[in-house]
Design a protein around this ligand. Sequence first.
Ligand code: AHN
Ligand code: ZN
Length: 335
Amino acid sequence: MKIKSWLIISAIIVSGIAGCKTNAGGKGGGKQDADNEAIRVPTPVFSADSAYAFTEKQVNFGPRVPGSQAQIECATWLTSKLRSFGADIIVQEATVKVFDGRSVPMKNIIARYQPEKSNRILLMAHWDSRPFADQDPDPAKHDLPIAGANDGASGAAVLLEIARGLQSMPTPLGIDIILFDVEDYGTPSGRDTDSKPEFWCLGSQYWAKNPHIQGYFARYGILLDMVGAPNAEFTMEEVSRNYAQSVLDKVWKAGNKLGYGKFFTYRKTSPLIDDHLFINQIIGIPSIDIIQNDVTTESSFGSFWHTQADNMSNISRETLSAAGKTVISVIYNEK
Ligand code: AHN
Ligand code: ZN
């Protein structure tokens, strides 16, 4: 009698569980399976250690200020690294005029994968470092350049690590990686001179007006800027929302599915002047910015932004991975 009632109870429990499963599989289950399937396409590994080392390597050249020896040396290293990862390289060189009227040398580094394909995705970061630590708490440091571990090196490092994977496994679409120069030479704060939005992002503005191929187009663009800070929050920035909402949705959905919801939040934040603005406005490629928004700081870019503390002690492997693995998931799932 006792055994019999246990059997009945067990049968109810088992059928209950089975019933749940059936429900999940029946209603909405198909969609979920299709979504899971999308994540399961083979993707190359993204090594957090490698991305960290690529960040550190750039920082060790010293501040990559336009016109400096570090700029030349780091450009040579980035170029040879990308070439070793199988990319077809174009270095676009010019001189551009900065806020105070001086001209500085610019080197945009373009790495092409499967250049014969007409359907393409554009991945971008800036690789220069700001010549002025004009947000440093110590005014004596305001005219010193920054190390730019987060502001510059982190985005370029994540793209280098993605490039390493592109060599081992081709994507369905062609990929172009552009590392823009002279992004961060905007008018220093507190300087008694004109401060125009157009003084930022000189490398991307130059490329958008003079793309490496006449009539160049990509389906969309993803910019990575300041993707290395511990516990960074990447928000839905307004320029990205206005020009490329569907790209933003796709990338944030991928990030959340990979378990990076802590990084990719759905908070809406104000428009930024960054390379993606000029890519949207000048060449018309719908582009988003994956960029840290720190709600606790006035600048929104975190307490180390444009200070001497933007160094390796504030770089997190986990944040680099969240950005890198999310972008990889997006580009390998494209058709
Ligand atoms: C401004 O500071 C105006 N825009 C942010 C773009 C930027 C600077 N990204 C990195 N450094
Ligand atoms: Zn900056």
